[in-house]
Design a protein around this ligand. Structure first.
Ligand code: MLT
Ligand code: MN
Length: 309
């Protein structure tokens, strides 16, 4: 099973269009230790030919251009992307669906609440029903991912709820401190090659590694995990916003409850941070934070990274 990291940054990308911090400026002007990154997405293939896209980022057009495996080939209008799987309804994970509007047939998988959001927003009707089949998955149940011809793509997913927050644009202030978040608004996925049996976890958004998640990830071969923020209040400290990671539905890397500490006891074979926010100091390859994270055995996803399992 081949995984291509199409976009390793969080929403906004790196650099973010309106961000003028030293970190974003370094990425914008091509300083070597601060590689630019597009927004959150991976593509997975069991046969090296047909791909399942996990999240459709606003940068999808660029990501397809940058990855030869995703180029059209064969017929005049074609794409190897046969299915799209969504982990939540955040803008950085669904806006790329609008790029996929040119009458290409694929199957769109998401949890019930995310499918409802897409149904209720008429702009997504550009994905016409005679081309795009929408399927709802159930939490905790493994589902084989199929292309539009109904044939299995050799990849199965098991979606599970993780602590998180409803998408920013759906927050309901009147619903109390969780803004109307319901179970399943943010999911993690176990992704399995159905012929080889190899598995890995893709969890780009997660507010807390609770006991249920710890148990699930124990001894996993590979985990791609939420690397949004190094510190809970780093956006406040950087002077670019008032929100903490906790408020945004993202755990942080540092601290007692941070992912660096929590993963130490999980015996995960390969740990990779993904969905990295443009304020996270690990984006600077020379930073102390980057060195610390690497010393703890973590890799930092980058656009174009290939992972074979
Ligand atoms: C997030 O991961 O918190 C969201 O992508 C934020 C956003 O929608 O901009
Ligand atoms: Mn995001």
């Amino acid at each position: 099973m081949l995984t291509l990291v199409l976009g390793s940054a969080a929403g906004g990308g790196f650099p973010q269009w309106n961000c003028n911090t030293n970190l974003c400026r370094s990425a914008r002007y091509g300083k070597p230790a601060t590689k630019a990154r597009t927004q959150s997405s991976i593509a997975v293939s069991a046969n090296g030919k047909d791909f399942v896209l996990f999240n459709a980022s606003p940068d999808l057009r660029q990501q397809i251009n940058d990855n030869q495996a995703l180029h059209p080939s064969g017929t005049l209008r074609d794409s190897p992307i046969r299915a799209v799987v969504l982990t939540n309804g955040d803008v950085d994970h669904i806006a790329g669906l609008l790029t996929m509007r040119e009458r290409h047939a694929f199957v769109l998988y998401a949890a019930d609440r995310v499918q409802k959001v897409l149904r209720e927003n008429s702009i997504f009707q550009v994905l016409q029903s005679d081309c795009v089949t929408r399927k709802t998955f159930q939490l905790g149940e493994e589902l084989e991912i199929c292309g539009p011809d109904g044939n299995s793509l050799g990849v199965a997913v098991t979606p599970f709820a993780v602590p998180g927050k409803v998408a920013l644009y759906l927050e309901d202030e009147s619903s109390g401190e969780n803004f109307g978040t319901q179970e399943g608004d943010t999911i993690g996925l176990q992704i399995r090659d159905t012929s080889k049996g190899t598995t890995f976890y893709y969890i780009p958004g997660c507010a807390q590694v609770d006991n249920t998640l710890k148990k699930r990830l124990q001894n996993a071969q590979l985990v791609l995990f939420d690397g949004t923020l190094f510190e809970n209040d780093e956006m406040v400290k950087a002077g670019v916003g008032e929100k903490t990671g906790a408020r945004m539905g993202h755990t942080n890397l540092s601290g007692e409850d941070g992912s660096l500490q929590v993963f130490k006891s999980l015996n995960v074979g390969r740990k990779i941070y993904i969905h990295i926010n443009n304020t996270n100091p690990i984006l600077n390859e020379n930073s102390a934070e980057r060195k610390l994270v690497e010393k703890e055995g973590w890799e930092i996803a980058y656009d174009g990274m290939e992972i074979k399992l």
